[in-house]
Design a protein. Sequence first.
Length: 146
Amino acid sequence: MTEEWEQCEKKLKDVKSWLEKAKQTLDSPLNKKRPLRDQLSLREKMIGDITIQKTKINMSIEKLQVHFRSGVTGQPDVVEGSKELMELLDALLVDINQQSKTLEAAVAQLDQLQQVSRRLGLTPSIRCVTCVPPAGSLASLLSPWG
């Protein structure tokens, strides 16, 4: 029976490790320098990965409950650890969803800017980049009065 406990603890440790790596990846300077579409794709992938991690936790706890018919009350550390990890995964999911919305808006804004530049006959080259005022924003460029 201790084998089941060890397997469950190992799964929880693996999920915790994944969670830490996921946060590091999102916060890394290298990731922030990637194109917006790539950043958005990474977040979409992570949303799926979070679901997988949550499933691992649930299955691991359920497996313990099958082996210990009286419940998993004998080791509150494992149960509390799994609840804590689920809460951390949920919090990360909320953060990633918010970041995704922001990135989707930025990508849409870039697409709109590219359409405007094509209508004006600008090519996506250095000339197009220099037409952006240094202190300006995309919104001011897209505004007909800007």
